[in-house]
Design a protein around this ligand. Structure first.
Ligand code: PGA
Length: 241
């Protein structure tokens, strides 16, 4: 894995946005895998600026998001559908029909998971996947476990993740306890992966990921098996490596 260390989040945002813009410029119909959470916001802000300045055109781009809370509905204030609309899609010229996020309330859960993986395959596979990392080493909502789960699936969120997510909700009772997430195999099929971590609270997870022992107890460690991963860290997230 290549590791790039920056002074702060905004520098990372600018750098990652430049990589994404470069991908879109060289392949106008590229497929991007996108993430939610606090980490990619500077990247999305920088991409919006690049779009406004006429540098990048998203009209041919298709996107697949990593995950969605199960059961809350896509119009919920904290759904990842809403997050993506508010933080990126409504501010660039992407066709909303080309943006895919797992359904929060699928009629048939099992079929939704199968269809999600199939639609990524049919689109030609993800060219560039953006990832954050959880304090517990999760990527997307692949939580620490005894085994890796390969396809898109429903997951019980761990207490650690529920606690981390509660900052977005009025009370802990409102935080969803389940999510639909791309699996480890879905993520590894991406041709190129960028994983971003900022802040001291991510330093332990980054240290575990880079330990080179691939272990489902640190789901991000599987990225050591991929040949095209770049890690973007600020100094605090890099402080234990
Ligand atoms: P965060 O979440 O960007 O809000 O820290 C990252 C993650 O849990 O994957």
């Amino acid at each position: 894995m290549k590791i790039n260390i920056y002074n702060n989040k905004q520098e990372i945002g600018n750098a990652v946005a430049s990589v994404i813009a470069g991908k879109v410029l060289t392949k106008t119909n590229c497929i991007l895998g996108l993430a939610t959470g606090s980490t990619p916001i500077p990247t999305y802000n920088s991409l919006i600026e690049l779009y406004k300045n006429g540098v990048v055109d998203f009209s041919g781009v298709r996107t697949f998001n990593l995950d969605e809370y199960y059961g809350i509905g896509s119009m919920h204030e904290q759904s990842y559908y809403k997050f993506m609309y508010d933080n990126l899609f409504s501010k660039i010229n992407i066709d909303l029909k080309n943006t895919k996020i797992p359904s929060s309330q699928p009629k048939n859960l099992e079929q939704e998971c199968i269809d999600y993986d199939e639609s990524i395959e049919k689109a030609g596979g993800i060219d560039l996947q953006i990832l954050g990392i959880g304090h517990n080493g999760h990527i997307a909502f692949n939580e620490p476990s005894d085994v890796f789960t390969y396809g898109t699936h429903i997951v019980d969120l761990t207490e650690d993740t529920i606690q981390a997510n509660k900052r977005f909700f009025n009370s802990i009772d409102e935080v969803p306890k389940k999510a639909i997430t791309m699996g480890i195999g879905t993520i590894l099929k991406a041709r190129e992966i960028i994983i971003i971590a900022t802040g001291k609270d991510k330093a332990n997870a980054i240290k575990a990921m880079l330990s080179k022992n691939i272990d489902p107890k640190c789901p991000a460690s599987i990225l050591n098996a991929h040949t095209n991963v770049t890690v973007f860290l600020d100094k605090e997230a890099a402080s234990l490596i």
